[in-house]
Design a protein around this ligand. Structure first.
Ligand code: AGP
Length: 608
């Protein structure tokens, strides 16, 4: 996901914009740029690679005087990674400058019309079409040009624009990609992520789709796309800049792994009062829950694997069938089974994943009720849902999610027990025991972290491997998938997770002498079965590392052991995942990978 930031005030804009860009580097990007609107002209510097190159080329921004400007980090979708394709983009006459997050889906036709009028394009991007349209639509009125241009666009766009004829003025436009306005003291800001703003102000406005904002030092005016004024509500961000910094850790990822027990406490504690689970006044009631005959959990990546953990818990405790669907698939399957009796649970750390956002909009159109489990407050998925359960994990900076995942799982466990009680599927004694076990999860996580303080010494078993297999059954299979993703996405080693019982149906042919296999064995009900699968792969030459409680059957069969505390099966994933996260981290570190910003990845994927 691209990052955008804009500033207008009385201080020099360039250093503030550059600092804001560093705050969103974690989202992943391949090029960056900054533009300052001063003395009737636009000063523009763009680069491939890191924001540091902008600091170097502008002497920390000192070479770019002016109090109004915009900055951008690009994760390229249309056009190769190059300086010419980096944002911001300038109109042909140099009057307009624009940064964009999203995709303009009808850019090809619009570009053809402009080319026919003789416009000369400098880049291969969809974004440049918008800035050339602004020039074509401009008759001296900045706002009118924005209104005319936006009316011509289809797709997803968060736009940030400034015009050389309007010093000190920014326009922001929001359609299906986040835009947040920051109200400061004699200064105002706009960004795609709160992280850029909170060092200047915690007073923010979350723009809605279909809105545009005029931002000057005097204040902020909000309009709809037709230019009609709109009211807005100022909210206060409830976390501080320190929580989005490394705090002495070498990488954000290891910091966030160790933050998990506290993050899960933040997700659980507000929802358990006097031994009872409570999702707050705007939550699904027992009456609401009784009308559903199907639950679909939809998400992407790790959030999908968190959804699998929720599936096992809800099915086991509530006796309701739960389907987990990759959001990018759910959108296009024509099952026709979604209706007013369907509850869709969307899981997302960023709350901006376009596949998930689009999936829930389609489900709502079929009559489904949507509850979302998200971390970022007021994010697009949260605002598109009927009910929201925030995970309160705090800002997650590393691209590879850890506390984002575990807090999602925690909220799903809470929801499973809450629903089981609401539907009368468990008695009060079972309810009390389950609530107490959920309350004890953070402590179990802390124990697990302590038990694996030395896990880095196992790195040599994996860091030179070409392929690593993860196997597990039922809930262990779900967490094996998350473990495989963690290893893949930050160490770039090919890793795959298989249902342990499935290996013999084909995949076992891939096992050869020394192939590393990680067997996840926290599900005590199935430990004998998984132990026999360990024997199977070992017989073909695999070197097996088991992840399970001391004394489990697999301990006797494996070559190496990673120990975890014993847990109830349906609550095991949240603890079992921790050594898998730690192992992935240390293997990636041994391989010298860019752990917090893995290649090709973005923290939030706002394109289909
Ligand atoms: C996980 O480590 C990845 N960063 C990725 O799979 C992520 O979980 C996925 O893109 C979903 O993101 P979301 O939770 O913000 O929707």
């Amino acid at each position: 996901m691209c990052g955008i930031i804009g500033y207008t005030g009385f201080e020099q804009a360039a250093p503030i914009i550059l600092d804001g860009l560093t705050k969103i580097e974690y989202r992943g990007y391949d090029s960056a740029g900054i533009a300052i609107n001063a003395n009737g002209k636009i000063n523009l510097v763009k680069t491939v690679g890191r924001v540091q190159a902008l600091y170097d080329r502008t002497h920390d921004g000192k070479d770019m005087p002016g109090v109004c400007g915009i900055g951008h980090t690009r994760w390229g979708t249309h056009g190769a990674i190059s300086e010419r394709n980096a944002h911001p983009h300038m109109s042909q006459n140099g009057k307009f400058i624009l940064a964009h997050n999203g995709i303009v889906e009808n850019y090809t036709r619009l570009k053809a019309d402009l080319l026919a009028k003789g416009v000369v394009f400098k880049s291969d991007t969809d974004t440049e079409v918008v800035v050339q349209l602004l020039e074509a639509n401009y008759t001296g009125d900045f706002k009118e040009a924005v209104i005319k241009t936006v009316a011509m666009l289809e797709g997803t766009f968060a736009l940030m624009i400034t015009c050389a004829d309007y010093p000190g003025t920014l326009y922001a436009v929001k359609q299906n990609a986040p835009v947040i306005l920051g109200l400061g003291e004699k200064e105002n800001l706009v960004a795609s992520d709160v992280t850029c703003l909170i060092s200047r102000t915690k007073n923010v406005i979350y723009m809605e789709d279909g809105e545009m904002a005029e931002i000057t030092t005097e204040g902020i005016k909000l309009f709809d796309f037709a230019g009609n004024p709109k009211e807005y509500e100022v909210k206060t961000v409830d976390w501080d800049i320190a929580s989005s910094e490394k705090g002495g850790y070498e990488h954000f990822m290891i910091k966030e792994i160790f933050e998990q027990p506290q993050a899960v406490r933040s997700a659980i504690s507000p929802r358990i009062k006097d031994g009872k689970i409570n999702f707050g006044e705007k939550s699904l009631t027992a009456e609401d829950l009784k009308k559903f005959n199907r639950i679909i959990i939809t998400a992407c990546g790790s959030a999908y694997y968190a959804g699998l953990a929720g599936k096992f818990a809800i099915e086991k405790l509530c006796g309701i069938p739960v389907q987990t669907e990759l959001a990018s698939e759910l959108r296009y399957n024509e099952s026709g089974c979604i209706d007013e009796h369907t509850l869709v649970i969307a899981v997302s750390q960023s709350g901006e994943t376009l596949d998930t956002l689009s999936a829930i909009k389609d489900c709502k159109a079929c009559g489904a009720t949507v509850m979302s489990i998200v971390n970022v407050v007021e994010s697009s998925i949260a605002r598109a849902s009927d009910f929201v359960a925030y995970t309160y994990a705090g800002p997650e900076i590393a691209v590879a999610t850890t506390k984002g995942y575990s807090t999602q799982v925690a909220v799903l466990y809470l929801f499973a027990v809450y629903t089981a009680a609401a539907l009368g599927r468990i008695n009060s004694g079972e309810y009390t025991k389950l609530v107490s076990e959920i309350n004890a999860i953070p402590e179990k996580m802390e124990t697990c972290i302590e038990m694996n303080g030395g896990i880095e010494c196992m790195t040599p078993l994996f860091d030179k491997a070409e392929h690593v297999f993860f196997i597990g059954r039922n809930t262990d299979w779900a967490v094996a998938m998350e473990g495989a993703l963690k290893l893949k996405e930050i160490s770039y080693i090919h890793a795959e997770a298989y249902a342990a019982g499935e290996m013999k149906h084909g995949t076992i042919s891939l096992i050869e002498e020394g192939t590393p296999v990680i067997a996840v064995c926290s599900n005590m009900r199935l430990q004998d079965k998984t132990a026999s699968n360990i024997i199977e792969v070992k017989a073909r030459g695999a070197e097996v590392t088991m992840v399970g409680p001391k004394g489990c059957e697999s301990e006797k069969q494996a070559n190496h052991c990673i120990y975890i505390p014993e847990m109830r099966d349906v609550f095991a994933e949240i603890v079992t995942v921790i050594p898998l996260q730690m192992l992935a981290y240390y293997v990636a570190k041994a391989r010298g990978c860019d752990i917090d910003k893995p290649r090709n990845l973005a923290k939030s994927v706002t394109v289909e």
